[in-house]
Design a protein around this ligand. Structure first.
Ligand SMILES: [Zn+2]
Length: 171
C-alpha cells in the first residue's frame, strides 16, 4: 500500500463542546472539532484518533458488490445456518436510490439491495441491515418470528438505535 499523504488538519475549539469530538472533510482539509478545555496532549491524541477513523471510513466506502455478497453468505451461514440455501440471496447490490430505506429485499427473485448510505456506517451496522434483509428471504413480514431470527445477531438493538439516530438527525 502506498503511503497516504498526510492531510492538512485544522483544529477548531468549541466552548459549547464538553466531551464530544468530531471530524469531517472540507475540501483537502480535515476539520477536527474539540472541546475548548482540551489540553495540547488531548488535542494531538484526538486528532490521531479521528484521522484513523476517517481512514477506516474511506476503506469501508470502497467495499464492492462482491464484498457485500461474500459478507451476506458469511452472515447467513453464521446466523441462519439451518435454512441453508433458503437464506442465500441470488444477488446483493449497493444502490443509490432507496427512498429513505437502508435496505430492501425482493423474496420473489431473492435479490437484496443496500443503500449506499450504509456503506459509510460502521461494519456492525451494515451487518445488521444485511442480516435484516436476509431474514426477509425466510420471513417476508416484520412479525414475531422475523424479529426472533434477526435478534440472533447480538448487536441488533444497538444497530437499530444507531439507524434511528441517523434518521432522526436527517429529518
Ligand atoms: Zn424489513
Amino acid at each position: 500500500m502506498a503511503a497516504a499523504r498526510k492531510p492538512v488538519v485544522e483544529v477548531r475549539r468549541s466552548e459549547r463542546r464538553r466531551r464530544t469530538v468530531s471530524a469531517y472533510r472540507e475540501g483537502e482539509r480535515v476539520v477536527v472539532l474539540i472541546p475548548s478545555q482540551f489540553s495540547r496532549a488531548e488535542e494531538s491524541e484526538w486528532v490521531g484518533k479521528m484521522l484513523a477513523r476517517l481512514a477506516a471510513r474511506d476503506l469501508r466506502s470502497q467495499r464492492s458488490d462482491a464484498d457485500l455478497e461474500t459478507r451476506a453468505r458469511q452472515l447467513a451461514q453464521r446466523y441462519l445456518t439451518e435454512f441453508g440455501a433458503i437464506a442465500m440471496p441470488a444477488s446483493v447490490r449497493w444502490v443509490t436510490n432507496q427512498n429513505g430505506r437502508w435496505g430492501s429485499c425482493t423474496p420473489a427473485d431473492r435479490t437484496i439491495r443496500l443503500s449506499e448510505r450504509v456503506r459509510e456506517m460502521p461494519g456492525w451496522v451494515g451487518d445488521y441491515v444485511l442480516l435484516h434483509e436476509l431474514v426477509h428471504l425466510i420471513v417476508p413480514s416484520h412479525n414475531a418470528r422475523f424479529w426472533e431470527l434477526v435478534s440472533r445477531y447480538p448487536r441488533t438493538e444497538r444497530a437499530r438505535g444507531y439507524l434511528e439516530g441517523i434518521a432522526a438527525a436527517g429529518h
